[in-house]
Design a binder for this molecule. Structure first.
Ligand code: C2E
Ligand code: CA
Ligand code: CA
Ligand code: CA
Length: 279
C-alpha cells in the first residue's frame, strides 16, 4: 500500500496475495464503517460562469479508516458495489446530503443545489425511487434542490430500465445529470431519450485545454450539441484560468474544479461563501 498525495490512501501492490488480502480486509472494514461513523461527506462548490456565483455543491464520499487514514472513493466504491453495501451507504449519502441541503435552504440559499452520485447498482435497484422519496420526506428537503448524477456507463448498463427509473425520479422534481460525459460510447442523440437536465463533461477532456486541439474540438462540439438539446452543461476538473476562459467563451454554463474550489467540509463551504449570514 502506498500513500498518494494529500494523505489519500490508494492500494498499490504488485503482489496478488497482498491485494486479495487487502481487498478482503477492506470489505470487512467497510461493513462496519457506517456504524462506526467513519464515513463523511465533502462538498465541492459548483460555479455558474455567467454570474461567477456558487450555485451548489457536489457531495463526495470520504472514508476515514482507523488504521489506513482517508481512503479514496475510487478504491472503496467498487468494493461497496460488488458487496451490495452501496445500497445502505448510498442511502446514508442521500440522507446526509439532503439534510445539509435543507439546512442551507433554511439559511436562505433557496436555489442552492445538492448533487449526489448514484452508483450503477443503485440504478439497478427497484426500490430506489421509493427510498429517495422517503429520504426527501424525512429530511424535508425540497426535491428540486437535489440533483442525482449518473454516469454514462451506468445509464447504458440497462438503458430501458434506467430510463424508467430516471423518469420516475424526474417526475418527483429531482434534477438529473449525466456524469463523466464522453468516457462511454453512447451518442448524445441516444442519451437524449433519458430525462437528463444537465451534462457534465468529463475532466479528461478539460485536461487537454488549451494544448490538445482534439480535446478542444470535442469540448466545443459537445457544448453546442448539448445546448441544442436544451441540456445545461458543466465542465468538470477545471484547474486553470485558461480552461475557464475557453469554456466561458464557448458557452459552457457551469464549472467545477480546483481552480474555483476543492471538495471541503460543510463548515468550510459556509465560511467561504458566508451562508450563515446570507439574506
Ligand atoms: P466524480 O463523480 O467524477 O467526482 C469528481 C471527482 O473529481 C472527485 O474525486 C473530485 O474530488 C475530483 N475533482 C474535482 N475537481 C478536480 C480538479 O480540478 N482536478 C482533479 N484532478 N480532480 C478534481 P473523488 O472525490 O475522489 O471521487 C471520485 C469518484 O468517486 C467520483 O467521481 C464518483 O464517481 C465516486 N464517488 C464519490 N462519492 C460518491 C458517492 O457518494 N456515491 C457514489 N456512488 N460514488 C461516489
Ligand atoms: Ca459526479
Ligand atoms: Ca464526474
Ligand atoms: Ca470523472
Amino acid at each position: 500500500a502506498k500513500e498518494q498525495g494529500r494523505g489519500v490512501y490508494r492500494f498499490f501492490s504488485p503482489d496478488l496475495d497482498d491485494r486479495v488480502h487487502a481487498r478482503l480486509q477492506l470489505e470487512n472494514d467497510l461493513r462496519s464503517a457506517m456504524d462506526n461513523n467513519q464515513l463523511y461527506l465533502h462538498y465541492q462548490p459548483l460555479m455558474d460562469l455567467a454570474s461567477g456565483e456558487c450555485i451548489g455543491t457536489e457531495a463526495l464520499l470520504r472514508w476515514s479508516h482507523p488504521e489506513l487514514g482517508i481512503i479514496s472513493p475510487v478504491d472503496f466504491i467498487p468494493v461497496a458495489e460488488e458487496t451490495g453495501l452501496i445500497l445502505p451507504i448510498g442511502n446514508w449519502v442521500l440522507r446526509t446530503a439532503c439534510t445539509q441541503a435543507k439546512k442551507w435552504f433554511d439559511a436562505g440559499k433557496s436555489n442552492f443545489r445538492m448533487a449526489v452520485n448514484l452508483s450503477r447498482r443503485q440504478l439497478d435497484y427497484d426500490g430506489l425511487a421509493i427510498d429517495v422519496k422517503r429520504i426527501l420526506e424525512e429530511t424535508q428537503c425540497p426535491a428540486n434542490l437535489l440533483e442525482l448524477e449518473v454516469t454514462e456507463s451506468s445509464a447504458m448498463q440497462n438503458p430501458e430500465q434506467a430510463i424508467v427509473i430516471l423518469n420516475s425520479l424526474h417526475e418527483m422534481g429531482i434534477c438529473l445529470a449525466l456524469d463523466d460525459y464522453g468516457t462511454g460510447y453512447s451518442s448524445l442523440a441516444y442519451l437524449k431519450r433519458f430525462p437528463f437536465d444537465r451534462l457534465k463533461i468529463d475532466r479528461s477532456f478539460i485536461d487537454g485545454i488549451p494544448t490538445d486541439a482534439d480535446d478542444m474540438s470535442i469540448v466545443q462540439t459537445t457544448i453546442i450539441l448539448a445546448r441544442q438539446l436544451r441540456l445545461n452543461v458543466l465542465a468538470e476538473g477545471v484547474e486553470t484560468q485558461a480552461q475557464c476562459d475557453f469554456l466561458k467563451l464557448h458557452g459552457c454554463d457551469e464549472i467545477q474544479g480546483y481552480l474555483y474550489a476543492k471538495p471541503m467540509s460543510s463548515e468550510d463551504v459556509e465560511k467561504r461563501f458566508d451562508y450563515k449570514n446570507y439574506s
